[in-house]
Design a binder for this molecule. Structure first.
Ligand SMILES: Nc1ncnc2c1ncn2[C@@H]1O[C@H](COP(=O)(O)OP(=O)(O)OP(=O)(O)O)[C@@H](O)[C@H]1O
Ligand SMILES: [Mg+2]
Length: 402
């Protein structure tokens, strides 16, 4: 079965050999920022990387922090994730007993206490001990305990959706700036630890909005994840058709890639194959599939049935751009009308028409919004123009929102 929505793991994971090699080469010397628009396959890639590194006996801690909204909670979740790592668990517990004396008491009755209860106890202690005043010191100690528990170094900590977490902290008026400072000082002062930060929202933007300067993350080595290459996309389709027991031909593959357009985002390829499989279950000839593709693309993938797959993209506009939704929609409408897109100047005029910001603020805000639209897989800058990043997104917008 092709995997649609959840990260592609195990057998479902396709290729990305180059990216895995780059990650591996870099991570031994520096922490990394992995960025891509939504749904490009960041999580799938990172889980694969985690698995590969573990096979080489590195300790890797994977943590999705999408719903973390305070530095305290971050430290709490990190400690629990470290506990979940069976290969370092025992040593880690021993090490943090020094920090949380209460834990020592709970562990003394170890043996009679099943693992799940220890975890609950740990969580309870973290809840009461890690607070607004203590999270910095406790966080540092916990990270030191993690590295001290590992035989092979560096220890790799993957923080999926960290930009989202920092944005949450800022929105909730928690100490987002303190967190950025702390996180930087951890990277600078603790040896043998590497982080991979991944997220869709531009981290630079989030950081700038908090501190007015981006220097809190300029030590991270940035890797931009793109879509599949043409050949990889073709291979992906071939395999997906086989998994779904659908007849495949090069022409079918070529036509799908033409309809969807570059960049070949694995998610949309998977969605398209899923729909083909639903609609054309009984078909046995590739040509019959070929003849139905255009119709399926417009009426199913971009139509009602497909709408749930675009929901995330639409939700982000509604939620994150709410204040500026009217000008953003108008800009997208104009951009979707032609392949050249819309002139940056014209887009800015549209933006100004709907806002009451001072001329100084207008520029800043406009630039942030354009950057966000890039991150959310809508537009990209090409010279003096803003164009849709993908034919698929352009077609979808024109059909449903234009
Ligand atoms: N390497 C891959 N092999 C096969 N399918 C993939 C691959 N990468 C991504 N996909 C497809 O794309 C979908 C989204 O992947 P994933 O969740 O890894 O992306 P993401 O960039 O982490 O998304 P989000 O921005 O929502 O966190 C998966 O459900 C799967 O259908
Ligand atoms: Mg993800």
């Amino acid at each position: 079965m092709v995997q649609i929505g959840a990260p592609a793991l195990g057998e479902d994971f396709h290729d990305r050999t180059r990216e895995l090699e780059t990650l591996k080469k870099r991570i031994l010397s520096t922490s990394i920022l992995l960025t891509a628009p939504r749904r490009f396959g960041k999580t799938s890639l990172l889980r694969k990387f985690e698995k590969q590194m573990k096979e080489e006996r590195y300790n890797v801690i994977y943590l999705d922090v999408m719903h973390v909204y305070s530095p305290e909670r971050f430290v709490h979740e990190l400690a629990l994730a470290a506990y979940d790592e069976a290969s370092i668990r025992d040593k880690f517990l021993q090490n943090i007993k020094e920090i949380f004396k209460k834990l020592a008491g709970a562990l003394n009755i170890e043996g009679s206490v099943p693992g799940a209860s220890i975890k609950l106890e740990l969580s309870r202690i973290l809840e009461s001990e890690v607070n607004e005043k203590t999270w910095q010191d406790h966080g540092r100690e916990i990270i030191k305990s993690i590295t001290a528990s590992s035989e092979k170094t560096p220890v790799i900590i993957i923080l999926d959706e960290l930009p989202e977490a920092v944005a949450n902290m800022s929105r909730e008026d928690r100490d987002a700036l303190g967190f950025l400072q702390w996180f930087r000082s951890i990277r600078q002062s603790i040896d043998n630890i590497r982080f991979i930060v991944a997220g869709s929202t531009s981290f630079e933007n989030v950081v700038k909005s908090i501190s007015k300067r981006g220097s809190y993350i300029n030590d991270l080595h940035r890797i931009d994840l793109s879509g599949f290459s043409y050949d990889d996309a073709m291979e992906f389709l071939k395999k997906a058709f086989k998994d779904e027991e659908l007849p495949f031909s090069e022409d079918v593959g070529r036509r799908i890639l033409e309809l969807v357009g570059e960049p070949y985002v694995p998610y949309f390829l998977a969605v398209f194959v899923g729909l083909i499989s639903e609609e054309l279950r009984e078909v046995s000839e590739p040509d019959a599939i070929l003849n139905s593709l255009e119709e399926l693309y417009w009426s199913k993938l971009l139509g009602n049935e497909g709408s749930r797959y675009f929901q995330d993209y639409w939700d982000r506009l509604r939620i994150y751009y709410s204040e500026y939704l009217t000008p953003v929609r108008e800009i997208l409408n104009e951009a979707s009308k032609s392949d050249e897109g819309i002139r940056v100047d014209t887009a800015k005029e549209i933006f100004i028409k709907y806002t009451e910001l001072s001329s100084e603020e207008v520029n800043d805000k406009f630039n942030v919004i354009i950057k966000d639209l890039e991150n959310d897989f809508y537009l990209q800058r090409r010279g003096e123009y803003l164009v849709f990043q993908s034919k698929l997104m352009k077609d979808w917008w024109r059909l449903n929102h234009g």
